[in-house]
Design a protein around this ligand. Structure first.
Ligand SMILES: [Zn+2]
Length: 113
C-alpha cells in the first residue's frame, strides 16, 4: 500500500467525508492545479485527482486541501465560496491532526515514485 492510499485510509477514519472518496493519481486533472476534488453525484462519491510526479510534502498538502473540499462541499450554502472560512478551518484541523499523528503513518511507508 503506498503512502497516499495509507493516508486516504487515515483521513477516512479520522476525518470522514459525508460520501465515499476515491483518491487517484491521474493526468486527467486541469493543468493549472496540483489536484482537484470532483463531486460525482451520478456515482455517489467524490473523486480526488492528484497530478502524477508530486513530491511527498506537496502531495500530502494537496490531498489535505482536496479532502477538506470533499468534507465541506456537501454542506455548502448558496453563494458560499468553495474556499470559505469554513473550508479553511477544516484544512487547519486536518493539518493539525496530520502533524500530530498522521505523518508518522504515511512517511513510514512512502516510497519515492
Ligand atoms: Zn481548493
Amino acid at each position: 500500500m503506498d503512502a497516499v492510499k495509507r493516508m486516504t485510509l487515515w483521513l477516512s477514519c479520522v476525518y470522514p467525508a459525508p460520501f465515499p472518496v476515491r483518491v487517484r493519481w491521474t493526468k486527467d486533472c486541469s493543468p493549472e492545479h496540483l489536484g482537484e476534488c470532483v463531486p460525482r453525484p451520478d456515482k455517489g462519491y467524490f473523486d480526488i485527482r492528484l497530478r502524477p510526479g508530486l513530491g511527498f510534502e506537496i502531495a500530502i498538502e494537496t490531498l489535505i486541501h482536496e479532502w477538506a473540499h470533499a468534507r465541506t462541499l456537501p454542506g455548502r450554502v448558496e453563494g458560499e465560496h468553495a474556499h470559505s472560512p469554513r473550508f479553511w478551518l477544516d484544512v487547519g484541523e486536518i493539518q493539525r491532526g496530520w502533524e500530530e499523528r498522521g505523518c508518522v503513518v504515511a512517511k513510514r511507508i512512502w516510497l519515492p515514485r
